[in-house]
Design a protein around this ligand. Sequence first.
Ligand SMILES: *Cc1c(COP(=O)(O)O)cnc(C)c1O
Length: 360
Amino acid sequence: MKQTRPRNLASDNNAPICPEAWEAMEEANRDHASAYGTDEWTKGACEAVRRIFETDCEVFFTFNGTAANSLALASLCRSYHSVICHSLAHVETDECGAPEFYSGGSKILLVEGKDGKVSPDSVEEVVHRRTDLHFPKPKVVSITQSTEVGTVYTPAELRQLGAITHGLGLYLHMDGARFANSLAFLNCPPKDITWRAGVDVLCLGGTKNGLAIGEAVVFFNKDLAKEFEYRCKQAGQLCSKMRYLSAPWLGMLRDGAWLRRAGHANDCAARLEDGLKDIPGVKVLYPRQANAVFAKMKPRVIAGLYARGWSFYDFIAAGGCRLMCSWDTTFEDVDQFINDTTELTSSKEDHTKDHPVQKH
Ligand SMILES: *Cc1c(COP(=O)(O)O)cnc(C)c1O
């Protein structure tokens, strides 16, 4: 029986495990190995991360991004400190207060900035706004690469943010849930958008890149990694059969699979943007740089796409539909979506009663 393609542009975490990660998992599954990260696979994965970033950094593996971000932030803050981030940042909108919880109360301070990026001026403004002891002392700037709206900070933008952040005596944290997509877009060495630009700690995303499970916390500022393993253990993030968490990283990082897979997802998004921007009544909302396209469409068109089996979010970030491509999205999927959108735009079909669309 012919299988129909999943019409899924909801998220890159809806995609299956990619072959390179799966094969590495199988290789790790042939024998016994020591537990809690003392095995050869984990050592190798940490080495692979160091090789890619061309520096001696401390690497830890967690089950998910919420834990990676909040434990990383907790290690940069005391309870009376604060973390500056964009109002659309995942740490603010999608982590259920975990950064505040794990840091024992550090407050998140929101700033704005065009295209989902923290503006350097807003960092200066919020730090200088209050310097008395009644206000939670800013200690960290947290940025997302690629951003929640699918845009990418350039190396120059990051260097500027890094200089301002360190100049103010703050640390720079990067939520890199889609770091590979930003790198594939920029086509620069990973060090240029991390430690060379002043990033102290990076939460490197694996799940959305094609792993089954897992993110890596990468401390470029090694002093900040002190006792981090205790935080992981206390938070239930120390995997006992660690090799199954770490081996897939080896699979992704060897031979550049992580960038090829992310680059393909980006290419799909670029094709999607190209097709959508010419359809009357469809408005692409942000510069498409990584693997997401945000588009404003009529509720009738959105409902029609749902009726045809497509899934995507229509309420994320600042509005519009978020169409997220993954390593396994195909050009045929993209063309189908564009065709369906084109057809629905010019038809009278109305499914809004069966498929309620979130206000946006
Ligand atoms: C998906 C995502 C995360 C990680 O989320 P988990 O569900 O906790 O793994 C972190 N930051 C951003 C920007 C994300 O999109």
